[in-house]
Each structure stands twice: as C-alpha cells, then as structure tokens.
Design a protein around this ligand. Sequence first.
Ligand code: GDP
Length: 366
Amino acid sequence: GFKCGIVGLPNVGKSTLFNALTNTAAAAAANYPFCTIEPNVGQVPVPDPRLNQLAAIAGSKEIIPTQLSFVDIAGLVRGASQGEGLGNQFLGNIREVDAIIHVLRCFEDDDITHVEGTIDPIADAETVETELMLSDIDSLTKRKSGLERRIRGQDKDAKALMALAERMLAVLEEGQPARVVEAADEEEQKLIDELQLLTTKPVLYVCNVSEEEAAEGNALSTRVAEKAKAENAVSVIISAALESEIAQLEDEEEQKAFLEDLGLGETGLGRVIRAGYDLLNLITYFTVGPKEARAWTVTQNTKAPQAAGVIHTDFETGFIRAETIAFDAYIEHKGETGCKDAGKMRLEGKEYVVADGDVLHFRFAN
Ligand code: GDP
C-alpha cells in the first residue's frame, strides 16, 4: 500500500494528528521531545461519498473503503543529518514513505515547549527541509564514489545516473530540494527514483492551528500557504487538538453536528487524507455487488490488468477483459442492468487505462 510519513519538529502536534487519524491512543501524545520513538503505522480509510451512493444502488451489504497508511515518524531536530537526536532513524523512516506530511506548529500555547524557542512555522519548515537536503547531499556524495568505480568498468547506466546525481547535487548545494528537478521522461523518472532521495518526495504542509482558528486559519498559516504556493506544494489548515476531540465522538451524526457548530463542513482529517491521496497521484476504482461495494486504489495511468492485480495476482495474470461503467453512468442508469440496457457498459482490454471512478468487473481465466 501507499504510505504517508508524518514529520515535523518535536511538539508540533504530529502524534496528536496521527492519533486522530487512526483514532487510537497507541501513540501517546506528551509534552516533551522524543516522545514518539518507534514509527507508528496506521491504516486509515479514505473517505469517498461515491462509495455509499454505489452501495445504495446495488444494495450492497458491506461497504469497504480503500485505505492509506500513515506513519508517525519520530521527532526530528536541527542536526539530525549529523546524527543528532533520533536523526538517522528519522531519515531512514522517511526513505520508506511515498509522500511527506509536514506538520507545522501555527498555534500559540505557553504551556507547550517549542524546541526552537519561538513559534515560526516558516523557519521550522526550513529547519526540517535543511536536514533532509543535507542528508541527500550526503547520500549523493557516497553514491558518486560507487558510480565512479562502475564508470571505470564501462557501465553505461552508471554514466546516466552520475550525470543526474551531479545535477541533483548542484540543486541541493544551492539550497533547493531535489524535487525542483522535473523528469524529462519516464526513463529519467526511473533514474530519479533510483537515487532514493528524501527531497524528491511530494510534500503536504499541515498547519496546526488553535481550535478557535480551525475554520479560517491565522496569519502564520497564511504565510505557510504562500510558501506552499511558491513551491508548487499544497497546504491544509487543521487543529490537531480539535480533530482528536472529534475523533473521540463515536457517532457520525454527533461528529457532523459538532462540525456544524464550529462552522466546519468536513473534518480536517478528511482533508488531510484526500490531500495525501492527491499528492500521491492516486485514483480510485470500485467493485460493486450485492455482497459488497469496495473502493480500490491505483496510481494514475494504471492499465486494467495491473489494476485487477491489486485485488488478486490471479486477476492480473489471467486477465481477459474488464466490464467497465463510469461512475456517473452507474448513478444515472441506476446500476449495472440499467447501464447494460443503455449501452453504457464497455468491454475494455489489456491496454485500457483505468479512470477515476470506474466501476469494474474483471473477467479472467485461471
Ligand atoms: P509531536 O511531538 O509533534 O508528536 O507533538 P504532540 O502531538 O505530542 O503534541 C505535543 C503537545 O502539544 C501535546 O501536549 C499536545 O496536546 C499539544 N498540542 C498538539 N496540538 C495542539 C493544538 O492544536 N493546540 C494546543 N494548544 N496544543 C496542541
């Protein structure tokens, strides 16, 4: 599955957010640095109102949303790339995630210590990003000596990788993250992936504001939004403390009423989950029947057999075709039979690229 890593300086609200996301008390939030020592992984259902609409039409007994993994990554401090704090462990954990959710403290609270002394999310973001960039510089420098050896041995692939490594190093040494280098084609993207850099991962900034500011944000979150815009990144505003209160309300109706009282339409968690999903270029397809309506996750541009493989490898190896109905058609013609009658069910083959919202039924041979 796909993983988002929650990072940020100590005491910015990472564990509080993670707990609210996973609705568990497993990662106990506490007011001191290095509280979260082991990375905690939580599977979080991706909210998607389309799934309920499909289930209502098909009379599905069970509704199974697709999931996204979140990892609460141990606190980072200045000097982590040099092994300070839980530095190396922190960086290793980031290497394993697909996207970074960077929590920034935008709330004032004299009782909660700030490791850097003042509340300044832009400076905090730079502190974290600098550690990631230093770590990338370090790993590229090490990588280069290995590549030099391979080049002497006439390894052609090594040459291309070396050229890219040098380009990346130049960017990083100018103080920019490696993600500013855009791949010219698929092949170059593969090389970029091979370098396994931390600053090529997509970033979502989460501005953690006080409960009173959850709807509109504040001056600090506005500055983060500007920074994100300039970097082609995304930011969302949440109040982690408020989210953890909402997450503790068991009843969905109760949650809705609570949100309305606060002038909020959707939980911040919902927005974080969906932003994470978008950040990873993920799309959803559905399988719908009387037993269950279920959402599945694939990356954009996935072809039908590989999409089928997410359900079961047999579906991929034995793939024959996919009976395909677009979501809107399914709703308009009230289900599979209606779609068949209206000629809205397509038979798609191996080269079909799955679209977001497709309702699929795979035909396969064993
Ligand atoms: P982490 O070190 O980044 O994981 O931070 P925690 O989630 O453990 O939070 C550190 C402290 O800040 C805890 O005492 C939280 O209750 C508190 N905290 C987290 N979010 C908020 C918030 O939005 N407002 C206030 N006032 N306190 C918060």
